[in-house]
Design a protein around this ligand. Sequence first.
Ligand code: SDX
Length: 429
Amino acid sequence: MSELDQATLTAGEKSVVMPVLKPTLGNSCVDISKLTKETGLFTYDSGYTATASCKSAVTYIDGDAGVLLYRGYPIEQLAKNSSFLEVAYLLMNGELPTADEFAKFDHEVAHHTMMHEAFKNFLGGFRHDAHPMAMMVGMVGSMAAFYHNTLDLEDPEQRRLAAIRLIAKVPTIAAACYRYSIGWPVRFPRNNHAYVDRFLHMMFEVPSEPLDLNPVAAKALDLLFILHADHEQNASTSTVRMVGSTGANPYACVAAGVAALWGPAHGGANEAVLKMLAEIGKPESVSSAIDKAKDKESGFRLMGFGHRVYKNFDPRAKIIREMTHEVLAELGVNDPMLEVALRLEEAALKDDYFVQRKLYPNVDFYSGIIYKALNIPTEMFTVMFAIARTAGWVAHWLEQQVDPEAKIGRPRQIYTGYAERDYKGIDQR
Ligand code: SDX
């Protein structure tokens, strides 16, 4: 990267010299904060493709090299050696925990997993066939109603406690939404279970018999949670930060993040991938799906393909792709959709349309096949993403709360409406 210290923008008679801010890793940034004052100009960057919204030390992505670091640790090493709860601690605190620190964190999270009994009244208000993400948005947002007396955001301990409560309770709420949708009674979290085991028990244990939890399933889900835990300033994390910039409470911020994640262009893609693979149905139909994805008129996109930042393989997709084969083999699952996915990937990676646009499989392309093998229903796939991403959302929210440069998010626009005009009475229109 060039050792640029400043950039000059010349606009007509005016030119303004702006400082260039240097990161630890990645692209340097031009600080345009004085641009408008000196030139009267705004900048325009739909979708913020080249705009840094904040300074952050949580996660680093190199899209060209396919690199993903959580607090400096490569995702491949964390996937191999860590656990989701340890990664949640790392994202929140910036360092890996010692054994004592982890034991304390694990104990604290375990003892904040219960929901207030009144939560169940909200569940009863939903139709049984409500999409679980609709329930999650409502239920997570309503957490503020139960903790309104510990929302002094000036108090670091109350901020930390809110983060712990979210990491601890979002799985409980998620499992309750699932149980409600199938008419089963809500299961209480067990403090003696590990984080993912606890969640799977709340999801699948029936009152009439203990759950025989397959350790392969628990390990696979823990790994998927690690891979989904954070991803820099993605749409849902940016939403959490935008809401956080107004001083809103963390439960409202994370509820907004859940809502943003739901979209099929973002976290909703894993559910959309499974539906797409089911529609394609068989390997022989892959080529027509590729043709449709290349035809702009069709409005069809290959879900699970492409990424705003990765113009190389998404490192998470590589890890999930490898684990898919192992998990399905160890669970004895033979899913024909895996063959369709493999053939779709192979065909797309050879096709000029995708190669030229650097469209590779992303984190969502294979994850649904594993969730399906774990008997998690398709509508719950994005809920899985939300459980994991809660760790990243709270890490960014905590970072934002102590950022001396943080201010309320308030983008400008290019106004394309009418110039001023006079009102006409209805009889004159
Ligand atoms: C996630 O930001 C994050 O970090 C997100 C995430 C995270 O961990 O938080 O990684 C999680 O959201 C992964 C992405 C999941 N979404 C999908 O899989 C949905 C399908 N993918 C796309 O819709 C798209 O690729 C995006 C939304 C992911 C990225 O869109 P961009 O960066 O805005 O790119 P674009 O829409 O401008 O597309 C560039 C070109 C266009 O063609 P041209 O106009 O240049 O001719 O590529 C084409 C697009 O039409 N294109 C696709 C495509 N994705 C982009 N064509 C077919 N199929 C696709 N999937």
